[in-house]
Design a binder for this molecule. Structure first.
Ligand code: HEC
Length: 139
């Protein structure tokens, strides 16, 4: 075997060693991720939707301007009784100048924002878009 070949083989061996070592290295343990679908998470995107689209008429705090109050002591979303009915109303009728113009996801996000701000639901609860009729609008 020539010296050059030896050299090459040693280098290749080292490289292989490094690689396999890399493969054997334990993945660093990550803390178990928070569920990606809590009310809090939906609502934080929902806040952006609300501020961008709804606040023009309903106010930055949802206190009401040209549109009625949606958050706070002047709001009365309880009349929709459950989240499904509120969801249907906003996704069919709002924003008033362009009804139905948001995505389903955006309507769900702004719905959870309104529910959280009104104290109808806790932020840590998993938000299930298919079980909205089971969520009462009660404080
Ligand atoms: C261009 C103004 C305007 C925008 C933008 C708008 N709304 Fe409204 N909204 C109104 C008006 C006016 C009413 C009252 C309609 C009625 O009583 O028939 C209303 C009513 C509502 C109601 C019913 C409140 C109640 O107590 O009856 C909800 C809920 C609501 N809007 C949610 C939203 C959401 C969520 C958005 C953003 C996606 C939005 N609105 C954007 C004008 C607006």
């Amino acid at each position: 075997m020539t010296k050059r070949l030896m050299c090459f083989l040693t280098a290749a061996g080292l490289l292989l060693g490094l690689l396999s070592n890399g493969c054997r290295a334990k993945p660093t343990p990550t803390p178990s991720p928070a569920p990606a679908n809590t009310v809090g998470q939906f609502a934080s995107s929902g806040r952006t939707v609300f501020i961008t689209i709804c606040s023009n008429c309903h106010g930055e705090q949802g206190q009401g301007i040209t549109g009625p109050a949606l958050i706070g002591s002047n709001a009365f979303l309880e009349k929709f009784e459950n989240a499904q009915r509120l969801f249907e109303y906003i996704s069919i009728a709002m924003p008033q100048e362009a009804p139905g113009s948001l995505t389903r996801q955006e309507y769900l996000e702004v719905l959870s924002y309104l529910m959280l701000q009104n104290g109808f639901i806790d932020e840590k609860v998993p938000f299930d878009p298919d079980g909205l009729e089971k969520l009462p609008l009660k404080k």
